[in-house]
Design a protein around this ligand. Structure first.
Ligand code: ZN
Length: 299
């Protein structure tokens, strides 16, 4: 592969190099393992977001529902756009808003189309929170995923010991689980991987100060590694965000077209070429999400 070194270039050369880099990236067939295209801040921007993702070589975007009121939007996005891989779940931040029928409604959505269970999880950071309710809801969704044999997408914030205790009890679905934006310690990677765990990393791992996250990234077996944007959240550092969506309030938001920059940064951190990392993450996504099956973006 051609070296993408920091060699000084005159402006014309730089433009050409940027162009060839862009063309090269567009051929990579990347998988954004975690995003929320249904978020309100992206309203009206989705056609542009999808077009820019296609141009950047992003072929699949795993789109996670977070509460009952966005599941239908996730389903609609998956019906409208090839390459949107739908997941339906009740996120720990929204457990208090659930209706009495939430679990039946979740199962209906899961049965209506090939899909995963997510985003679900445990969280000891967000305020206010009801930890007992979080655990009940998480266990119910794990049981559903196991019964339907669907992969799960897990959010875990400051709750790793708690998560491990619950997982040892519930077990993991045979179809695998994704620890999204993995922020747990390196020594939990082995036990989680033995429960069919996969680990995805977002743009924040490119920040110098994220030493713990970087150590975890470097400890993940290559056959369990994925990358994600978590768009519109988790804006990558400035050097790794060629694209932003401007919300109505003028605020800048993340989008899946930033994935090639995350790919390049992560590849550098683990010492493989971006091309190789693209291949690895695509194969891993196929193994984890292949059962969901979905045509790529732009097909
Ligand atoms: Zn998320």
């Amino acid at each position: 592969m051609e070296a993408v070194g920091p060699r000084p270039l005159c402006p014309g050369q730089a433009l050409l190099a940027a162009h060839s880099n862009h063309v090269r990236m567009a051929q990579l067939s990347l998988v954004d393992a975690h995003a929320h295209l249904q978020e309100e801040v992206l309203e009206g921007h989705v056609p542009g977001v999808m077009a820019r993702a296609a141009e950047a070589g992003v072929r699949w975007i795993v789109c996670n529902g977070t509460h009952e009121n966005d599941w239908e939007q996730v389903a609609e996005l998956a019906r409208t756009y090839p390459g949107v891989v739908p997941c339906f779940g009740l996120h720990p931040w929204f457990v208090a808003e659930r209706s009495p029928e939430w679990l039946d409604r979740l199962e209906e959505h899961l049965l209506a189309m090939p899909s995963g269970v997510g985003e679900i999880g445990l969280d000891r950071w967000h305020e206010p929170r009801d930890e007992a309710a979080q655990e009940i809801v998480f266990r119910q969704q794990m049981a559903l995923a196991c019964r339907l044999e669907r992969p799960v997408v897990i959010h875990c914030l400051r709750a790793w010991g708690w998560l491990m205790d619950v997982l040892r009890d519930t077990g993991a679905p045979r179809s695998g689980m994704l620890l999204h934006a993995y922020g747990g310690p390196p020594d939990l990677i082995g036990p989680l991987a033995s429960m069919d765990g996969y680990f995805s990393f977002a743009g924040d791992v490119l920040e110098e100060r994220r030493k713990k996250k970087r150590a975890s990234l470097q400890a993940v077996p290559l056959d369990r590694l994925l990358i994600e944007t978590d768009a519109p959240a988790m804006m990558p550092p400035e050097a790794a965000r060629p694209h932003v969506v401007r919300g109505a309030d003028g605020e800048a938001w993340n989008e899946p077209a930033n994935l090639p920059s995350i790919l390049e940064g992560v590849a550098g951190l683990i010492g493989v070429t971006p091309e190789r990392l693209a291949e690895i993450t695509r194969e891993n996504a196929q193994r984890l999400l292949g059962g969901i099956g979905c045509r790529p973006i732009g097909s």
